[in-house]
Design a protein around this ligand. Sequence first.
Ligand SMILES: Cc1cc2nc3c(=O)[nH]c(=O)nc-3n(C[C@H](O)[C@H](O)[C@H](O)COP(=O)(O)OP(=O)(O)OC[C@H]3O[C@@H](n4cnc5c(N)ncnc54)[C@H](O)[C@@H]3O)c2cc1C
Length: 443
Amino acid sequence: MTVQTEFITLEDLVRGEVFDPSDPGYAAEAAAFNAAVAHCPDVVVAARDAADVVATVRWASLNSVPLHVQATGHGAERAMEGGVLLSTKRLRSVTIDPHARTATVGAGTRWREVIDAAAQHGLAPLNGSSSDVGVVGYTLGGGLPVLGRTFGFAADSVLSFEIVTMDGDSRTVSRTHEPELFDLIAGGGQGLVVVTGLTCRLYKVAQVYGGALVFDGAHSETVLRAFATWARTLKDASNTAIRFLRAPDAPDVPRELAGKLRVHVSFAHVGPGGEKALAPMRAAAPVLLDAVGALPYTEIDRVYSDPESPLPFLSGGAGIVDLTEDAIQAVLSAAGPDADTVLPLVEFRLLGGAMASEAGRTVSAHGLAYAMHAVGVLAPPIAEMVPAAIDGLLAALRPFGNGRSPRNFLGDREDLSEAYSESVNEVLALAREELDPQGLLRR
Ligand SMILES: Cc1cc2nc3c(=O)[nH]c(=O)nc-3n(C[C@H](O)[C@H](O)[C@H](O)COP(=O)(O)OP(=O)(O)OC[C@H]3O[C@@H](n4cnc5c(N)ncnc54)[C@H](O)[C@@H]3O)c2cc1C
């Protein structure tokens, strides 16, 4: 295909393939992990290297064409229409420096690749609950890791970004080169610049004491109450979440699970003392399944057991200041055994620890005890009920928040200002005006 403007075609400029909607490879290249989202850009550029990224950004800027960047589509909750979709999924590379304890990755790299490469040196990165998620998109949104209470947000472990600004200039930013811009990108970078790679710290973690305890939903109230009390006592070495999981009442779901509620307590403890730390939850109610034990870091996905295949979903999230008695009642009404809800997952991930500091940071969970995250599956017969179910849940839990929420859990929101403090929002808006005066780079 030929996308031509002022006699220069995109194909002339890049080494990777360029697809328009009539090309057979278009749909696959534009596809997102969120199968509910069907991007329909005018053109998709399958970047083969960083030079392709620079050329595409320059072309979009010169021709005032909107630009969207996608690595895996885990963050896709709205379809892009028109413009250029820059697909970075081929820019996969990982270099581990075991002495400096760092990983340098390309823009299309997924966490799985970093976890496996780092594990060969007894090291671990700050990935989230699914290792299938892209390193760069996750980190630009702050990155709330499985081990976040112990080591902080992933964005705060970045040492440098390779960036391309909308004027087509490419450079490295770090704590010493353009430190103010670096700080903004580390957590506020989506829609600000295009990133071709980053270098981040790794941590000396070869295994955790982790996994999940599963309780019957009938014990929801006892388990949630025990969890809220227990979570306040945890040291930073312990990371946890409580999750209300409802299997759909569908023909392909085993009858003993269909429509049933289970309560999972996900847990990952770094260093000695994990078993002792978890003991109060093991004793809280009869445990249906105890899948917590010594876990090599390469199996860290077992803490949350997120879906591995693309599915159509809509998500929403909010920060919670504390699971007070009133908050517990609200959670039980919205997600407990008697709740009339179509949401298969409502999760409360414990924040605090190394994520709580606010000092000079773009991302922070200061003042928040939990990140609530809910997911609905956009499949018949319940698809149409999902948006209202998420709105209803957010409204029910709003009294227990403080207007802030981790960026990556906000879901399909027009206004993302909740992710940052007022002062960070102001600086981000100014930076966007300066770096992208035509407002072309989409989030
Ligand atoms: C199953 C699942 C589990 C998750 N678990 C966690 C978790 O534990 N913690 C957490 O913090 N988040 C989590 N998330 C959210 C996830 O981190 C965000 O959705 C993130 O944006 C996904 O990044 P991606 O690159 O994989 O997705 P994409 O959809 O490809 O990218 C997301 C956005 O990032 C931006 N972007 C991507 N690449 C670039 C680039 N090279 N340059 C500039 N901008 C870019 C774009 O704006 C893009 O729209 C989870 C999501 C899912 C679906």
